[in-house]
Design a protein around this ligand. Structure first.
Ligand SMILES: Nc1ncnc2c1ncn2[C@@H]1O[C@H](COP(=O)(O)OP(=O)(O)O)[C@@H](O)[C@H]1O
Ligand SMILES: O=c1ccn([C@@H]2O[C@H](COP(=O)(O)OP(=O)(O)O)[C@@H](O)[C@H]2O)c(=O)[nH]1
Ligand SMILES: [Mg+2]
Length: 236
């Protein structure tokens, strides 16, 4: 049913060598839960990419808005891009809609292309990729197509009961904010997202944040992770 949309890798290789040519600098980012970890130096031609992971309702979108405000990132929500694709009447809209309604994961090719277009159309070089990758297959597709790995990975760790409560109160008219879909999403999260979280943990990139508390309390745990960016003139 899914056709390859288009080959898009050539688009990004061009922009990488121009738009993201920001110079090099060295700084450290501190692991919120575990030990101090060093992030890669932003090198010539590389965007600064943060993946934002966590189950449905863990507060990814809410915290992304605060990070954007405080640190000048561009927020790229994979879910929002997919919902925009549905609303635009795209040929893939109906299949994306049924995939979201079933709580399943849209094929990587589609999501990666949408993320890539969004990054390319933005002059910023600091990106928060929210709600992606949701599976190892997503992760590998991003790395292969974009040719980059994340510099930082945030994981909002939230108990299931709290996530369900938040999603059922979200009130944004989303087709997947109902108890049946949430149950499926939580199962898929357990099965497919944990391997991604473990992968980045092993690579020393994961910043696990306890997502219980007020929005401001949680942001105070996020802030120190990005604080070095404000003092580094290359990254501001
Ligand atoms: N720390 C929090 N405490 C209580 N409710 C929250 C908190 N953070 C977010 N919310 C609310 O929970 C719902 C889900 O948050 P959202 O940011 O959309 O999560 P996600 O993007 O991870 O699904 C929203 O209605 C949001 O306002
Ligand atoms: O990379 C992604 C991101 C989202 N989705 C689909 O979009 C839904 C909503 O994702 P979103 O990130 O908006 O949900 P949240 O976790 O914020 O509640 C998911 O359940 C999936 O069906 C997907 O297939 N791939
Ligand atoms: Mg969200």
């Amino acid at each position: 049913m899914w056709r390859r949309v288009a080959s898009v890798s050539h688009l990004f290789s061009h922009s990488k060598s121009t738009k993201f040519n920001q110079g090099a600098s060295t700084f450290k980012i501190w692991e919120t839960f575990t030990s101090e970890s060093e992030i890669p130096t932003p090198s010539k031609g590389s965007p600064f990419i943060t993946f934002v992971l966590g189950g449905p309702g863990s507060g990814k979108g809410t915290q992304c808005a605060k990070i954007v405000e405080a640190f000048g990132f561009t927020h790229v929500s994979a879910g929002d891009l997919l919902r925009r694709e549905i609303a635009s009447g795209s040929a893939y809209g109906s299949v994306i809609l049924s995939t979201i309604r079933e709580g399943k994961i849209v094929p990587s090719q589609v999501t990666v292309e949408l993320i890539q277009k969004e990054m390319e159309s933005n002059d910023n070089y600091k990106f928060l990729i929210d709600g992606f990758p949701r599976s190892e297959e997503n992760r590998k597709a991003f790395e292969q197509t974009i040719g980059a790995e994340p510099d930082v990975v945030l994981f909002f760790d939230c108990p299931e009961q709290e996530m369900v409560k938040r999603v059922l109160n979200r009130n944004q008219g989303r087709v997947d904010d109902n108890i049946d879909t949430i149950k499926k999403r939580l199962e898929i999260f357990d099965e497919l997202n944990w391997p991604v979280i473990n992968y980045y943990s092993q690579r020393g990139k994961l910043h696990k944040i306890n997502a219980v508390g007020t929005v401001d309390e949680i942001f105070e745990k996020v802030r120190p992770i990005f604080a070095p960016l404000s003092t580094n003139f290359y990254m501001k």
